[in-house]
Design a protein around this ligand. Sequence first.
Ligand code: CA
Length: 738
Amino acid sequence: MARLAGERHSPPVQPSHPIALGGFILTRIWTVAPGLCALLFVAIPGAVRSEPASPPGAAHVTAQRLLNAASEPSQWMTYGGNYEEQRYSRLTRIDRDNVKQLGLAWFADYDTNLTQTGTPLYIDGVIYVSTAWSKVYAFDAHNGKQLWQYNPKTPGEWIRNVCCGIVNRGIAAWNGKIYVGTLDGRLVAIDARTGKEAWSTLTVDPSKHYSITSAPRVAKGKVLIGESGGEYGVRGYISAYDAETGKLDWRFFTVPGNPKDGFENEAMKKAAATWGGEWWKLGGGGTVWDAIVYDPVTDLVYFGTGNGTPWNDQYRDPTNGDNLYLASVVAVKVDTGEYVWHYQSTPADTWDYDAVSPMTIVNLTVDGKQRRVILQPCKNGFFYMLDAPTGKLLRAVPFTEVNWADGVDMKTGRPRVKPEARFPVGRPFNLAPGVQGGHGWQANAFSPETGLLYIATQHAYFPMIADKSFTPNPVGYNLGLDFAAPFTYYRDHPDVPNKFVGYLQAWDPVKGKQVWKGEENQGPPGGALATASGLVFQGGGSSQEVRAYDARSGEKLWSQKTQTGVVAAPITYELDGQQYMAVSVGGTTLGGYYAPNYSRLLVFALNGKVQLPPEKEFTPLPLDPPPATAAADVVDAGSQQYTKNCAACHGDRGQTRGANFPDLTRTPLLHTQEGFDQVVLKGVLSERGMASFAAVLKPEESQAIRAFIIARANDLKKQPQTPWPPGSPPPTQPHTEH
Ligand code: CA
């Protein structure tokens, strides 16, 4: 007999009926006990499919173990800790009283200084973790010894299709295999014992700008995976593959294709009625690039969908249609991929308000009724609570500054959009949340003890400045925005608000209110982990530390410096009677791309005494551009080309993205056109991800881009406050999402 979701808040009493899960027929029974309600599963062995036979020690994850995750808190077997993705551990050895004794037990170096976003898994003595370039490591959790590393060998030049960093957020484990999605769109099953590829399947059309950075999830023997690419122009979908064979089981597209080709299903036909123009030419967008949650109680898969292509809906759909199912949470049946319901948080999205942020399923008493609900703090700044079986909107409350809408009409579920926020051509709008989002991909945690959701929150502005005209770009971003203009906008409007900070906040999901707020850091925050001992662990982003807060009061109880940024989420597990906390660190380091490598897996335990090696001597590249001599019209032409072809990776100022991409205002390549062209047109750095742009840039356009960067670097040099160095915060990232 297995217990699931043993939360204080009671689920509704429902009739029991059998559902098949992995090797068991499970009979679902709601029971109501005083003060504690539990959902019980009665397992009838031997039905449907035989239990996977891998011995322990090799990712022996089964449906039964995942359903029982709450009663096996020593493990961290799935991306969000359990099916509901609550990122809550019932381990209590590390508590509020002794957390100050937490120290490093061991660490393991990664082979790159790129940003690390992966949530590790811990299964039966082994830690598995994905890192930059979609690589996967296995470590012996007893001592940190590397057991294997899997490298999918993604071609370097593929990152021209990758909007937001050479990152990987996580992996799935099932029946002796580890699953990872690769930057170039493959889904790979790795033998957990050997690190060798068991099977690999291409999930995307390689002629399009697809990529994968998100974690696969496994439900009922299927691997669920989405993709990124909505900034460039692709058609979004979610796929389910057979976990044993890699065979495609089902696929649900999130936006309709060309109506002339017919529709895959009724949902696509309905969606097409909400589109105008010829959206299919750029794919439409709506990528499923982060949240995918399987709910064993409703037997539904919930996933979030991204922005449309281009972002700017003046250029995407002249009829200003809602454009289903962009910026929506969609529920489908896990067995078939059949549409069940959707909720579109941002109709006619024009702000990159992807609805893909992490979702958490909990049982709560809402307005006197016991419900199973989905919690999602969305990029658009509203916290949403949806009824899990039906998608009914129960709450929509801002959890960070929102200036594009006055609120959400609870009858229609639609935001009350301010007309000026749609930034018609020539009328910029300083948007909050900016395109960074009020919340990105960073993990939230929910504690059934406190009833609070711990939200990795962002407070960010971004000036939305429409392109004067829009023509599709076959290589770079397709946004319909002047993505290089924010720099000059803020330079010319020094009094408007301009910030991008991250912090953890404790949020009461029923009252729709903040309970406490943690420390701010520049740029995105790190993800969260809650424990039954009243702690919340969180990476401090660019503050370069990992912390523990008191879950009820928000008091900071512990922190440790990490030498580099921490945006990935911590996990906790137990081994040989000792509780550990593990987190991947890396990114947002002073000096960015050129800085020394401090990317690692850090593993903490009570009385851990291990010290990190001292930081290496490092002098960041100086801001030393050649004089700006180009004519204004050349710089302007360079700015336009930069926006189309370079800003995706190198940011609006030529110096963003922390560790992932070089700061172009500081590159020595600015000093000669020949050296610049070697990289930009000849592709000499393609192995490192900088492919040749000769197919889309003429030599005079490369010259104009260099002139633009030189002008910008000189502009920066004149400013009293350079973003870094010295002594100032590390660079922020204007766009960290997909
Ligand atoms: Ca996006």
